[in-house]
Design a protein around this ligand. Structure first.
Ligand code: ANZ
Ligand code: ZN
Length: 803
C-alpha cells in the first residue's frame, strides 16, 4: 500500500475492474429484487457534461448505490437525448452538420460520464438519433395514428421567426421562444397532434396515488386544469343566432352585464360593421395568447353595437369583442360578470358597462368581489351559497333548460410536428388516392437522410421538403405515386418512452421485451429536475397509459417515486452560457479526483434545494478524503471486542446515515461521517468491523476511495467482491444507549467540577449526590456551608445551593 492518496490512479483502476466484473450490470432476466434507478435523460449542451448535470447524476447514483448495497439488483442506465432543436441549434451555430456533430458530442459526453464514477450499465445506452431507437419512436407514432390519436389539423401555432420553427405552448415563455428569446408569432399551419386531451381525466385522477412531492403533483394538476361549469346560450335577435359561453360560475348568471367574444370567434365576421371594429380585430389576432392574457395588462376591446338576451331574466346586454378572451379555450366567448370577476371588472370600469352584485360580501364599488358568499339578486337562486351549492345551481339551471353541465380542461393536444431537420421523420405517406397512410412497420425506420442544407428554411416546411429523393415514394396501399411527410417529430416524444427501451436495447424486432418490462417496471426511483415536472412527466405518463391500452404493458404510471433535485448555481448566479459561468467538472476531477468532486457537490446543501459552487470549496473536501486515506492506512485494526463508546458512535452513525440517505439528505450524511471521523481519528486502534462499516457508509459518495481501502484493509475474500455489491451495515439499538454521562457539578450555579456517571447510576439522585460530594473540589466549596437544597437535572447537571 502506497502512502499517498492518488485519486486518478485509484479511480481509473477501479472503474476498469467494475466494468470487467460487471458490478453494475444486473442480469435483467434473472435478477432478484430488481430496483430500477433512473435519472433523467440528458440532452447535453455544447460543453457536454457540466457540473449541474454531474450534480444531478451523482445524487441519483448515490441512491442507486445505496439500494444495491441494501441487497437489490439495481439497474441504472444512461443515454443521450441527442435529437432535437437543442443539439441542432448548437450544430447550426458552429456550422457543423448535426449528424456529424452528434458523434463527436456522444464520445465526449460518454467519456466525461465515465469519469464521474457512477454505477451505470454501459451495455445498455440509448441514443435517440440511433435508427435502432427512432425506429420505435416512429412505430409509436404509427400506433397512435392507427388508434386515431395522431391527427393532422390546421391550427394557429406558435412560430419562432428566428428558430424558424413551430413551438409547443410550453416552449413559449412570456411570449418568447424559450431557446432564443425571440417574440413568438402566430401562424396558421397544418400540424400533427397527439390527442393527449383524450387522456386528461385519467392523467388527472391518478395523481393523488403517486408517491411524488406535492409540488410536482400540484404543477401537473394545474397544467391539466380541470374546470367544471356550464355552457349557456345567449340569443342574438339581430343576427338570428346564439352565442354559447363557458362559465365556471353559473351562480353569477344574473350578474352578467355583457358578453365578450374573442377576436377569432366565428360570429365576429357578422359584426364587422365599422372600421374601428375591423382594425381592433386585425390587431388583436396577431398577438400571442400569453401577451393577451398577461396580468396587469390594460384591457382593450370594442363594442359591436349589437345586444344579446340573458336567458335567466331576458335582459338585453351589450356584446363586446376583446382580446382577453381566447379563442382556444371554452367556447371562445364569455359572459362577463364584472361584480365578481377581476378582468371583467377592469373592462366594465374602462368601458362604462353596468356592474351588478349577485354574491353577498364586500362592496363592489372599488373592486370585484371574488370571495364566497350568499347568492342575492338572483330570483330562485337567492339564498344558495357559492361555492357550496354549485352543484345545486347547475341542476336548477339545467332543469330550466338554461344551460348544460360541462367540464373543460386547460390541457391542449400535444403538438408533435416540427419543421426542422434534426429529428425522426414522421412515418406518414400522402397519396392522392388513399390520403394519409402509415408507413408499413416492415419499412421502419424511415431513415433521416444525411443532407447538406439542413438549415431551417422558414417557409413553414422542413428542410427535408427540398429533397425529392427523400420524399418521393410509392403509396404502400395502391403503389401509386406518393410523397412522404417531411416534418420530424418533437424531442419530447423521444424522451417520453426511453426508460422502456433501456431494458431492451439489444432487441431488434420489437419495441421492448415484455418479460423484462414486467420484472423491472414501473421505475422505482426517478430523479430529475423540477423544470420537467410538468411536460416530460406528463408526456411519459400519457405514453405509458397508451401502451397499457395497447396491451403491451400492465401498468399505467411509469414512475413509482419521483424526486426533484435542486439546481446548482455558481457563486450566487444561475449557471448559464450567456453569463459565461458554466463549469465543466473535468478540470476538477483531473485535479482532485471524482470522489472529491462527488462529495463536494453533495455537501453544498440539501439535494432537493441545490447548492452554490465555489472553486475554493473543493480543497477542504479533498483534505477530508486524504485524511480518511491516511487514517485507514495507519490505524491498527483489531478483531478484539470494540470499545463501548466507539460502538455507540458507529451504530449511531449507521442509523442516522441510513435514514438520511432514504430521504436523499446527502449533505447531512457527509456531516455525520465527518463527525465520526473526528471522533475516531485520535484512536490508536480500531475494530476492523468499525472501519468496514464506516467505509461502507461512505461508499456511495466516494466509490473509488472506499473500494481501494476496503480491498486493501478489510476484505479477505479470495474472489473479488466489491464493496458496492456488499451489504449495507446494520446497527443495533442496544449499542445506542449512552454508557456514561458527563454530569456538571455546580455550587450556587457556578460550575465547579464534572463527574463521569454510569448510565444506570444517573437515574438515582442520591447516588449522583454522593459521588459529587465525594469530589475533593466540591468538598472544599461545601465546607462550613449549610446546604439549602440540591437540584438535579438528570444526566446533566447537579447544583448545590448553600446559604
Ligand atoms: C363568468 C364568470 C364569473 C367567470 C365569475 C369567472 C368568474 P377556468 O377556471 O380557467 O376554466 N373564460 C371562459 N372561457 C374563456 C376564454 N376563452 N378566454 C378567457 N376567459 C374565459 O376559467 C373559466 C372562466 O374563465 C369562465 O367563468 C369565464 O369567466 C372565463 F365571477 O364566467 B367565468
Ligand atoms: Zn395510395
Amino acid at each position: 500500500m502506497k502512502n499517498k492518496y492518488n485519486p486518478s490512479e485509484v479511480e481509473t483502476k477501479w472503474q476498469k475492474v467494475w466494468e470487467e466484473k460487471k458490478v453494475y450490470k444486473p442480469d435483467l432476466k434473472k435478477a432478484e429484487k430488481p430496483f430500477y434507478n433512473l435519472m433523467m435523460f440528458p440532452y447535453p449542451s455544447a460543453e457536454g457534461l457540466h457540473a449541474g448535470n454531474m450534480y444531478a447524476f451523482v445524487g441519483a447514483d448515490i441512491f442507486g448505490r445505496y439500494m444495491r448495497m441494501k441487497g437489490h439488483s439495481v439497474f441504472e442506465p444512461i443515454g443521450l437525448d441527442g435529437f432535437g432543436i437543442h443539439s441542432e441549434n448548437y450544430a447550426l451555430k458552429i456550422g457543423k452538420n448535426p449528424m456529424d456533430q452528434a458523434k463527436i458530442s456522444q464520445e465526449n459526453f460518454y467519456n466525461q460520464l465515465h469519469s464521474i464514477g457512477n454505477g451505470y450499465d454501459w451495455d445498455r445506452t440509448v441514443e435517440t438519433y440511433d435508427p435502432n431507437y427512432y425506429k420505435w419512436t416512429q412505430w409509436l407514432f404509427i400506433q397512435m395514428f392507427k388508434k386515431g390519436l395522431a391527427v393532422k389539423k390546421k391550427s394557429p401555432v406558435n412560430f419562432c421567426p428566428s428558430c424558424k420553427t413551430v413551438l409547443a405552448d410550453e416552449q413559449v415563455i412570456d411570449g418568447k421562444c424559450e431557446r432564443c428569446d425571440t417574440i413568438v408569432e402566430k401562424k396558421d399551419l397544418e400540424q400533427w397532434f397527439f390527442k393527449i386531451t383524450d387522456y386528461a381525466d385519467r392523467l388527472l385522477s391518478n395523481i393523488p396515488k403517486l408517491n411524488w412531492s406535492e409540488k410536482v403533483k400540484i404543477a401537473q394538476t394545474n397544467w391539466i386544469g380541470k374546470s367544471e361549469g356550464m355552457t349557456v346560450k345567449f340569443r342574438v335577435e339581430k343576427l338570428k343566432k346564439e352565442i354559447e359561453v363557458f362559465t365556471t360560475r353559473p351562480d353569477t348568471l344574473y350578474g352578467t352585464t355583457f358578453l365578450v367574444l374573442s377576436p377569432e370567434h366565428r360570429l365576429v365576421n357578422f359584426l364587422l360593421e365599422s372600421k374601428e371594429i375591423k382594425d381592433y380585430v386585425d390587431r388583436a389576432v396577431k398577438k400571442s395568447d400569453i401577451e393577451r392574457q398577461a396580468e396587469g395588462k390594460e384591457k382593450t376591446g370594442v363594442f359591436t353595437g349589437v345586444y344579446a338576451i340573458n336567458p335567466v331574466n331576458n335582459e338585453e346586454i351589450p356584446i363586446y369583442i376583446a382580446d382577453y378572451v381566447l379563442s382556444s379555450y371554452g367556447t371562445g366567448a364569455i359572459m362577463a360578470v364584472p361584480a365578481h370577476d377581476t378582468r371583467d371588472y377592469e373592462f366594465a370600469k374602462k368601458y362604462n358597462v353596468g356592474i351588478k352584485q349577485v354574491i353577498a360580501g364586500e362592496n363592489v364599488s372599488k373592486e370585484a368581489y371574488v370571495g364566497h358568499g350568499k347568492i342575492i339578486n338572483s330570483e330562485d337562486l337567492n339564498g344558495l351559497f357559492y361555492p357550496k351549492d354549485k352543484e345545486k345551481v347547475i341542476n336548477i339551471l339545467s332543469e330550466k333548460g338554461i344551460g348544460k353541465k360541462e367540464v373543460h380542461f386547460h390541457l391542449r393536444d400535444w403538438l408533435i410536428s416540427r419543421q426542422r431537420y434534426w429529428g425522426p421523420p414522421i412515418p406518414i405517406i400522402y397519396c392522392q388516392k388513399c390520403g394519409a397512410v402509415a408507413v408499413p412497420e416492415k419499412d421502419l425506420p424511415v431513415k433521416l437522410p444525411y443532407i447538406e442544407n439542413y438549415k431551417p428554411i422558414g417557409t413553414g416546411k422542413s428542410p427535408l421538403a427540398t429533397h425529392p429523393e427523400f420524399y418521393n415514394t410509392k403509396c404502400p396501399e395502391c403503389n401509386g405515386e406518393a410523397t412522404r411527410e417531411t416534418d420530424v417529430s418533437d424531442t419530447f416524444l423521444d424522451s417520453a418512452w426511453y426508460f422502456l427501451r433501456y431494458t431492451s436495447t439489444e432487441v431488434k424486432d420489437k419495441i421492448f421485451e415484455k418479460e423484462i418490462i414486467k420484472k423491472w417496471l414501473p421505475v422505482d426511483m426517478y430523479i430529475g429536475g423540477a423544470e420537467h415536472s410538468v411536460l416530460h412527466l406528463l408526456y411519459s405518463r400519457f405514453m405509458t397509459m397508451f401502451l397499457k391500452d395497447l396491451g403491451l404493458i400492465d401498468f399505467e404510471e411509469p414512475y413509482k417515486r419521483f424526486f426533484a433535485h435542486g439546481l446548482l448555481i455558481k457563486e450566487g448566479a444561475k449557471m448559464s452560457k450567456s453569463k459565461g459561468n458554466v463549469i465543466t467538472p473535468d478540470k476538477y476531477i483531473a485535479k482532485f479526483g471524482a470522489d472529491t468532486m462527488r462529495c463536494y457537490l453533495m455537501f453544498l446543501g440539501q439535494f432537493s434545494q441545490g447548492g452554490d459552487f465555489y472553486d475554493t470549496g473543493l480543497e477542504g473536501m479533498n483534505r477530508f478524503l486524504k485524511r480518511i486515506w491516511v487514517f485507514s492506512n495507519s490505524v491498527l485494526l483489531t478483531d478484539k471486542e470494540e470499545d463501548r463508546e466507539v460502538l455507540r458512535m458507529i451504530n449511531k452513525t449507521i442509523k442516522e446515515v441510513s435514514k438520511d440517505i432514504e430521504r436523499l439528505s446527502y449533505n447531512t450524511v457527509i456531516a455525520k461521517l465527518m463527525e465520526f471521523y473526528n471522533f475516531a481519528v485520535d484512536k490508536k486502534s480500531l475494530g476492523k468491523d468499525t472501519l468496514e462499516a464506516f467505509l461502507r457508509l461512505l461508499a456511495p459518495f466516494a466509490p473509488h476511495l472506499t473500494e481501494e481501502l476496503y480491498q486493501s484493509k478489510i476484505s479477505s475474500a479470495k474472489d473479488f467482491s466489491s464493496i458496492h455489491s456488499n451489504l449495507w451495515p446494520s446497527y443495533e439499538e442496544k449499542h445506542l444507549v449512552l454508557n456514561e454521562f458527563l454530569v456538571v457539578v455546580q455550587v450556587n450555579g457556578k460550575v465547579r467540577d464534572t463527574l463521569k456517571i454510569k448510565s444506570k447510576d444517573s437515574e438515582d439522585q442520591k447516588t449522583v449526590e454522593r459521588s459529587a460530594k465525594g469530589s475533593k473540589k466540591i468538598e472544599s466549596y461545601l465546607k462550613d456551608k449549610k446546604l439549602i437544597k440540591t437540584v438535579y437535572i438528570k444526566g446533566k447537571i447537579i447544583n448545590f445551593v448553600t446559604d
